[in-house]
Design a protein around this ligand. Structure first.
Ligand code: NAD
Length: 369
């Protein structure tokens, strides 16, 4: 079917079908059986993301439940145990993670600590025989990602990255359009993601964050651009750091970074990330069509999205609940995670190439394999 014959009504019907499928658990589509039991998730790190998003999302999951926590504060753990109704016995400190091996209530450890601690905490979870979800970015370096992948393999446990947007219907549509023949394949991508960091936080600390906004926010743009290229990593990158306006905050990390990524088929992505402005956009263009994320491109609730065929309007799902349910179903059915550790490693390989390009001032090859 060519673009000329696609009516707006047909497109909207297809789009809402795609959205409905994206929002429906796999098993209710007949692909897999309903989960036999809910898997127990322990959150490692009870900061902003666990408190604001993951804990509440676990109340909405069908296939998992909050069964424990790993925290530096016993009192906080006890409060979580009361709020979420799990046993005090399933409260751990970072130093006592090895004891989780003897806790049958916990099947999955979800690592939600600062990036520079992800490898240590994920490896401790794997050694305790538990499946692991690591928040984005997977780790600070490719070497750390490799260490996590080896630990999971040795322990025979599954791994996944907190790439929640895989379950967002607009991003599902981006992936579908990337595969569809009628747009002709995305060739130009443009995007930015930034927020204003008003006071210094670990996110601007080289050791704990691995870098500046590229690690925290740029990774979303890398994800979006790779989705538009059907999961293929770029071959080359060039990058430049803009002068710092507040060096007291971005002390040993970048404040604003602009970079481009090039694919072997000639596709290019031009991307920007920063800790001194607020923006969140993404656009992908193909010879015969485009998709434009005009607001909150990578938010918990993605904003206005249009394509060359018209506006899209999908209900906002709980991305984190779908993400965790999917991982639980992967474990129970043996299906591979669509956002595995290898994908997190790929993105770190791209990030490392970008930092090399900043340092060298030259075009750098991405060593993704
Ligand atoms: P946060 O600062 O709010 O929480 C971090 C937690 O780690 C705190 O509970 C803190 O006590 C604990 N921690 C343990 N050891 C620490 C140490 N040495 N220094 C500092 N904190 C320590 O951060 P957050 O926003 O919850 O982010 C945590 C992780 O989740 C990061 O990797 C971040 O990139 C990721 N994240 C992902 C999303 C998403 O949408 N997928 C959103 C926010 C954060």
């Amino acid at each position: 079917m060519t673009n000329r014959f696609v009516s707006r009504r047909w497109f909207l019907e297809q789009a809402s079908l795609a959205a409905a499928l994206a929002l429906t658990p796999h098993w209710s589509r007949g692909a897999e059986s309903p989960p036999a039991k809910k898997l127990g998730v322990a959150l490692a790190g009870l900061g902003g993301y666990s408190t604001g998003q993951l804990g509440p999302a676990l109340r909405e999951t069908h296939s998992c439940r909050l069964a424990g926590v790993i925290t530096g504060s016993r009192a906080k753990g006890e409060q979580w145990a009361r709020d979420y109704g799990f046993s005090d016995k399933s409260i751990y400190s970072y130093d006592s993670m090895a004891r989780i091996a003897d806790d049958p209530a916990i099947d999955i450890v979800y690592v939600v600590t600062p990036n520079g601690l992800h490898a240590e905490h994920a490896i401790a979870a794997a050694k305790a025989g538990k499946h692991v979800i690591l928040e984005k970015p997977m780790c600070n370096t490719v070497a750390e990602c490799d260490a996590v992948l080896v630990a999971c393999k040795v322990a025979n446990v599954r791994h996944s990255i907190g790439y929640r947007l895989f379950w967002d219907p607009y991003h599902t549509e981006l992936r579908r359009l990337a595969r569809a023949e009628d747009f002709g394949g995305f060739k130009q991508m443009k995007g930015d993601r930034a927020f204003v960091m008003r006071t210094w936080r670990w996110r601007a600390d080289k050791k704990l964050a691995g870098g500046g906004p590229l690690m925290d926010l740029g990774v979303y743009l890398i994800q979006g651009a790779c989705m538009a290229k059907q999961g293929v990593a770029p071959a080359f990158v060039t990058a430049r750091e803009l002068p710092k306006t507040r060096p007291e905050i971005s002390r040993d990390t970048e404040e604003t970074l602009q970079w481009s990524m090039e694919w072997p088929d000639g596709a290019v992505a031009e991307l920007t990330t920063s800790y001194q402005q607020n923006y969140d956009h993404f656009r992908a263009e193909a010879p015969k069509g485009w998709i434009d994320f005009k607001e909150e491109a990578f938010g918990y609730k993605v904003g206005a999205v249009e394509t060359s065929r018209g506006p899209l309007n999908y209900p906002a799902p709980n991305q984190q609940a779908l993400q965790m349910d999917d991982f639980a179903q992967c474990i129970q059915t043996g299906r591979a995670s669509p956002v595995p550790g290898e994908m997190g490693r790929r993105d770190l390989a791209i990030i490392e190439a970008i930092y090399r390009a900043v340092a060298s001032g030259r075009r750098e090859a991405v060593k993704a394999t």
